[in-house]
Design a protein around this ligand. Sequence first.
Ligand SMILES: [Zn+2]
Ligand SMILES: [Zn+2]
Length: 255
Amino acid sequence: MLHNYHTHTVRCNHAVGTDREYVENAIAAGLKTLGFSDHAPQAFPQTDVRYSHCMRDDQLFEYAESVRALAKEYENDIRILCGFELEYFPDSHEEETAFLRQVRPDYLIMGQHYLGNGIGKKHVYYLGREGDDAVLEAYVSQMLAGLATGDFLYVAHPDIAGFAFSEQACEREYRRLCAYAKRKNIPLELNLLGVKDNRLYPDRRFYKIAAEVGNEVVLGVDAHEAKVFSNPEPERKARTMAAELGLSLRETPLL
Ligand SMILES: [Zn+2]
Ligand SMILES: [Zn+2]
């Protein structure tokens, strides 16, 4: 793979290694684009609550400065971008994006892990195991509303919620998401962390529909440790799956 837009840093409290280690491993693996997209400090309407799996507000500038300094230092070896992964929370999205704009991010990716405005909600990866079809419908509706803002370059792991829902709900809701993304020309990610860790995603049912709809799909490393760039296995497995399903993988830069 040549272009990866999904890379975390130690600031989110569940990734390890220095920023430089990610860069050097990505170069060694032959990447041409390394997009950092650490979990943005996540604002909630009218509260001081922040998620512990995101960087803190006061790390915003230091993160951007670190990434941009590395971009300059390694400009002859690799193109480094400064982005964020964030949730779409309707009541705080404006505040959130205004906050992030202070460092003029190169892009944002949607990583939707919670419903509504987030606080006190269960992670959809676990909600999805409970199999209430209404959850999947609400989840997809929220993603569509987020995508309608035009703020997101792509959707990270669009299929993290869907395991125990009925076949009918998956068919209907996955198709609704894929059709909207297709209409808006927003790529969907096939998440290599899920492949690497044998998680319940990527969900083949989702990418079968994406293949039928004709979505553009990008591979995303979702790196939480630098050494993943030197492990070719997840990418190989993902490419096999894509070929079996007839998915069109985008290989050219997204920006
Ligand atoms: Zn993460
Ligand atoms: Zn991520």
